[in-house]
Design a protein around this ligand. Structure first.
Ligand code: C2E
Ligand code: CA
Ligand code: CA
Length: 881
């Protein structure tokens, strides 16, 4: 990830920090331990002395303060409190109880000069009976003193009994001592003398001993023995394990002469215990003793070092744990981000920050790699890879949700496409965005476009492409006028190549044809398209005259003079060219692609001529359009009721009566007027409408035949070859025949010789079946086809209709007379009738009859007429006999 701003905790920095902290911590611990060691190591005599002197001062101070306090109370007291006035005494006692509690005295007692004493415990006695007696003597001489450890004999209960220290001060009245005030501190409370003196760190202990060396109090026991507060023990007894008996004597001797403020030190031989003694001046014979030992010091040292070490360890551990937690959280955060990023990158999405100027920042490695961004570069300008005239950047109104597609030209010549989507709001001039590489999609789309607009055999632009071009020209002609022409080309009989040589050769033939055509297209500056299979078109966007078109058309045709050689198969093919000049573009009238395809189709049809070439002009186009128009209307003729059957009578010369009528179709078109069958029947045949038309004719003719039932006049209708070729023709015809309940041979169908020549499968069987069912078969226009008489002998037919071309001009042609005679004779021989068509004059009638033809049809007899007229005609004609 190439970022300017990092949001996650840096791993390396964390590790470095952690290591530095551990090293610092280790150094600090080491220094601390060394310092403590130094402190202990500096334990020496001097220090001991200092500590002892200081402690002695504190204890002295405490003793003196206690005495001073007591003296203060002595001033307040009155000797009389000892006895006479009960009320005053009680008041004093109450006051003293409060004071005793404050100072920590078990009791306070006041004695008069005689030693009569009253105590805060409520007892009265004479001091001569108790321990303070000796001390009292001193006091009444005016001295304050502190006793040694004495047994308290005046305590009330066994609970409070025990050993005490007495503080005693004289009570003055003026300059005269009137008595003494005593305060007793139980040994259990004597520890307050050492309060505030902390010797724990040095591993030694302080003892206060009285003049008889009995332990008053201590700071720490040193042996296994406990010291009982009630019964004070001798210091040296207590220390007997440490100090040998001979040493005791030696120490005691030295202590005897110890002066105030002096310190006597002794180191025991066994275990090297240090004993330092100093007198406590405020008391009588009290001493402060400091006891220490190497072992004690070392164990205390160790203890403290361990504790300190543990503390440091705990602090270090907690710091490490916190850092680890922080590290894990940040690592997880980083991992999640990394995972998100990897997932994003894998999915092809690249997150980055985008500025409106087209600068990208904070992008990932994948993105950098994709765009070839140099290593260590954190910023990238999209414009470097874009066209100079690009209009995307700078983006004036960039906003969230906006997306755009960037084509980027890479250094290696590739073009890649990025789809950029802005997904965040502005942050310091940048927008959070992501990019997807859509190059593949773009290429696929390009390929799809190519497939959609290319003919995949010839690789030429296809029909859709051509449509777009026609549309484009249509739009262009609205702005400017120009002449253009479309040369539609179709290769003749390609289906034969496919049938003979197979698909591979046919395809390659098309490819070769396309190559040849493109050479001409190139030469004349045209564009070549393939409209599908063997249909091509060359578009000339400008040409000067029709002559030029003709020249190009023949050049195209000439391309096919040279035989094609495909996979060792040599064959010759030709093509036809239909040129469509478009003066519409000159008149600035757009032509739609569908119109253009229609023009193409028409010219290609018209090019089916010996020349294989046709240039469409306005006149032809109009007539074709008209024809197409008529063709379209014809399809509507039945529905619009525009069709009518006319009937032309056929005359039987022997019986001199009307033998039959021929149904001839008439189309009274509302739009085009009356149109002759010669025009519309071929149209109907071409469009396939002939079948519907034929059904209408057959139905109408049969209906008319049933009308003529009682007149013994047959009805013939014309059937086109196409109709006859329908496989179910016979079935349908017979069904109609039966529907109209017609008698046998009351109707007949006229077919041309072509029906036999086409040799449609099953024609003979069909006709045979129809004849067998009572429908007569007439062979129309006999003699105009490729008259092969051979088919006639097996043909199931009842009548030959001699074509009117043999009758017209009969008067002057002996040849025609002979033909009519021959046909009539042949018909007779085959058991058929013969009808002469188109008899218009009396002379022709005579000649036809002389030639042996019994039946006659023609204007001379009657013109085709509507049904009701023909009935009248028949009625009039036949009733004459
Ligand atoms: P076609 O079957 O040979 O019909 C006879 C044609 O000769 C009719 O022309 C008729 O009017 C005409 N004609 C009759 N007598 C004379 C005459 O003395 N002189 C001259 N010059 N012409 C005469 P039409 O009615 O115009 O029909 C032309 C053709 O159209 C018919 O020739 C027939 O092939 C076809 N056609 C007519 N109606 C139908 C039909 O309903 N179905 C089919 N398939 N073809 C029909
Ligand atoms: Ca006919
Ligand atoms: Ca005819």
């Amino acid at each position: 990830m190439r970022r300017r701003r990092r949001f996650y905790f840096p791993i390396t920095r964390t590790l470095v920090l952690l290591i530095i902290m551990l090293v610092l911590m280790a150094c600090a611990s080491w220094m601390l331990v060394e310092h403590i060691k130094y402190l202990f190591a500096s334990h020496n005599d001097l220090q001991n002395r200092t500590v002892l002197t200081l402690a002695a001062n504190i204890v002295d101070g405490h003793i003196n303060a206690t005495l001073a306090h007591l003296q203060g109370l002595a001033y307040l007291s009155s000797v009389s409190a000892a006895g006479k006035d009960g009320a005053i005494r009680d008041e004093w006692l109450d006051r003293m109880r409060i004071e005793a509690k404050k100072i920590g005295f078990r009791r306070i007692s006041i004695s008069d000069f005689e030693g009569n004493t009253i105590s805060t415990t409520g007892r009265q006695f004479n001091i001569s009976n108790i321990a303070e007696q000796e001390q009292f003597q001193k006091t009444i001489y005016g001295f304050s003193s502190v006793s040694g450890v004495v047994t308290d004999r005046i305590t009330d209960t066994s609970d409070t009994q025990g050993e005490v220290i007495i503080f005693q001060v004289p009570v003055f009245k003026g300059a005269v001592v009137t008595g003494a005030l005593s305060g007793a501190i139980g040994l259990e409370d004597a520890s307050s003398f050492l309060a505030g003196i902390d010797t724990n760190y040095s591993g030694n202990s302080l003892f206060i001993i009285d003049g008889s060396n009995r332990i008053i109090t201590y700071s720490k026991i040193l042996t296994d023995r406990n010291i009982h507060y009630r019964h004070s023990i001798s210091f040296f007894d207590y220390m007997s394990n440490i100090i040998a008996p001979e040493e005791q004597g030696y120490i005691l001797k030295n202590l005897g002469g110890l002066q105030a403020k002096n310190i006597y030190m002794y180191v025991t031989k066994k275990d090297q215990h240090y004993f330092s003694f100093t007198p406590l001046s405020g008391s009588s014979g009290w001493k402060l003793v400091e006891v220490s030992s190497e072992e004690g010091i070392i164990s205390t040292q160790r203890n403290i070092i361990y504790r300190t070490g543990l503390l440091i360890l705990a602090v270090t551990l907690s710091i490490i744990v916190s850092l680890l937690c922080l590290y894990i959280i940040s690592w997880k955060y980083y991992k999640i981000r990394a995972l998100n990023r990897t997932t994003l990158e894998k999915s092809g999405f690249h997150l980055f920050m985008l500025s409106p100027e087209g600068i990208a920042e904070d992008f990932d490695e994948g993105f950098a790699k994709l765009l070839g961004i140099p290593e260590h570069s954190f910023s990238f300008d999209f414009r470097e890879l874009m066209d100079k005239d690009q209009t995307i950047f700078p983006q004036n109104s960039i906003r969230m949700g906006q997306s755009f597609r960037l084509p980027l030209h890479m250094a290696d010549g590739r073009t890649i496409y990025l789809l950029i989507q802005v997904i965040g709001n502005e942050e310091g001039g940048f927008y959070q965005s992501f990019a997807v590489d859509v190059t593949k999609d773009e290429l696929i789309q390009e390929h799809i476009r190519m497939i959609a607009y290319t003919d995949l055999i010839t690789m030429l632009p296809n029909r859709e492409s051509f449509s777009l071009k026609v549309e484009e020209l249509g739009r262009r002609c609205l702005r400017e006028s120009f002449n253009s022409a479309y040369l539609f080309i179709n290769i003749n009989d390609t289906h034969k190549i496919l049938e003979i040589f197979g698909d591979r050769v046919a395809r390659n033939m098309l490819l070769e044809a396309a190559n040849r055509l493109s050479s001409v297209a190139k030469e004349c500056g045209g564009l070549l398209y393939n409209l599908g299979n063997d249909n091509f078109v060359i578009l000339l966007e400008s040409f000067s005259e029709t002559q030029e078109l003709k020249y190009i058309c023949s050049k195209i045709k000439d391309l096919f003079l040279r035989p094609f050689v495909v996979f060792d198969n040599k064959f010759e093919i030709s093509c036809r060219v239909g040129a469509v000049p478009c003066p519409e573009y000159l008149r600035q009238t757009p032509i739609s692609p569908s119109d253009m395809f229609r023009y193409g189709e028409i010219t290609m049809r018209l090019a089916k001529n010996p020349d294989n070439m046709f240039i469409l002009n306005a006149k032809t186009y109009k007539s074709i359009m008209k024809e197409l128009d008529i063709e379209r209307d014809l399809a509507q003729s039945i529905i619009k009721n525009e069709l009518e059957l006319y009937y032309q009578p056929i005359y039987d010369s022997i019986n001199d009566r009307i033998y039959s009528v021929e149904a001839l179709l008439r189309w009274h078109s509302v739009r085009h007027g009356d149109i002759l069958p010669k025009t519309f029947i071929p149209m109907a045949e071409k469009s396939g409408f002939i079948n519907q038309l034929g059904d209408f004719v057959i139905d109408s003719a049969m209906a008319f035949a049933s009308q003529l039932k009682d007149k013994d006049v047959k009805v013939q209708f014309n059937v086109s070859t196409i109709q006859l070729m329908q496989s179910d023709f016979a079935d349908r015809l017979l069904a109609k025949f039966r529907k109209h309940c017609l008698s046998h041979f009351s109707v007949g169908m006229e077919i041309t010789e072509a029906c036999f020549l086409e040799n449609a499968p099953g024609t003979r069987e069909k006709l045979g079946r129809l004849r067998a069912c009572g429908i007569m078969v007439f062979i129309d226009d006999f003699g105009t086809g490729y008259s092969s008489f051979s088919y006639l002998k097996d043909m199931p037919a009842d009548c030959l209709k001699i074509d009117k071309t043999f009758v017209g001009g009969l008067e002057t042609s002996n040849k025609q007379k002979t033909i009519i005679k021959a046909i009539s004779y042949m018909a007779d021989a085959l058991g058929m009738l013969a009808i002469a068509e188109g008899v218009e004059t009396k002379e022709q009638l005579d000649l036809v009859l002389q030639s042996g033809c019994r039946y006659v049809q023609g204007f001379l007899i009657a013109k085709p007429m509507p049904a009701k007229d023909v009935i009248d005609f028949i009625n009039g004609f036949n009733s004459e006999d």
